[in-house]
Ligand binder design. Sequence first.
Ligand code: ZN
Length: 413
Amino acid sequence: MLTLHTADLVVPVSSPPIPHGAVVVDGETIVAVGSLEEMGSAHPSAEVTMWEGTLVPGLVNAHTHLQYTSFTEVGAGRHASYVHWSEAFVQEYDLRRGEDWAVTARAGVEQGLRAGVTAYGDVVTDVEAMTALPESGVAGVAYFEIIGVPFDRWEEEVKERVTAILTSTPTSEVFRVGLSPHTPYTVDEPVLIDAADLARRLGVRLHVHLAEVDSEDAYYRTGTGPLVERITMRVGRPWTVVARGGSGMGAAEYARECGLLGSDSHMAHGVYLDREGRDILDRSGTYVALCPRSNLTVGADPPPIADYLRENRRIAVGTDSLGSSQSLDLLEDVSLLAELAAKGGYTEPDLEDRLLHVATMGGAAALGLDHVIGSLEPGKRADFAVFAVGSVAELVNEGGGNCVGTVTAGSLR
Ligand SMILES: [Zn+2]
């Protein structure tokens, strides 16, 4: 049966906004998008749902950890530095060992749905959360995380376990699995290289945190800085790159040399990348999920969004987890990006249109799912959200908290 959703403004993202627009859905799939007048006469038998406000493609949260939805106390305030934050986070994680991570991850999806988010790049530390996305009827990629694994343990047992998880998790056209070596400083170099190789052999996507911390560069380049002490203390010995006095390479170059970049990969943060670093990502086809609220929470700087926009980079947006952010309402991060872009001197009139693109198509492309989600087009999955705002500018600048309805695969949530 056909349903026709009409709203004051329909923004397909892949084509210009349509005042008094309509989206026609057959089951789970969009079959037509146009003006209400055209769509109504072409599909007279469709059941009509009328919305007040602006209808856009479902938002894509390109970097989060849904299983940490219960970590709100750690994510509530600002921390003095990344090391302070990371100590608070690890303490919370230790306290919550044994928590039902499938339940917390699904609770995260529910919060996202209320904010118009219908797809995720979700990092999964505990396997119980691996299927939270399909179980909740949303799209995305679940990236199984490896962190703090020395090469001997990787070879002896972890690699086999990771392979089993990645090959046994049921996937679909809108749900894929991937592998996330946490960062190039929390995973030893030989493991990074072998993990990237494993992901490619299994045909799954890759995802790392990169250039989130200001001292990362010193760590990779010269094997020095505050991260060295922290990691060495936790691991019990300096890791390969530190033991040999650094790689001489900055964050992006080092990640590339370890095999972590590519069009089958996307990374989170990208705060501390200069133009050369951003060029390296670009040439490799790697998307960056910017998470500005999380950066401020962990005591870092905000991402250089004005540069990313001016240089036309491949970018997406993420909330990160509730362990480092105040909500899973993606538009709060989008609004902050708009504010930061203006502060950074990006004054083009296309700012809001571009940021909506980043939060939809950008995220879909970062996850390798832009052929099925990210815009309102015939053949794509009927994932969309309606907000009580009158324009794209209003949506981007003050859309947070204003979602009035979310639809995934044609069903109202
Ligand atoms: Zn993260």
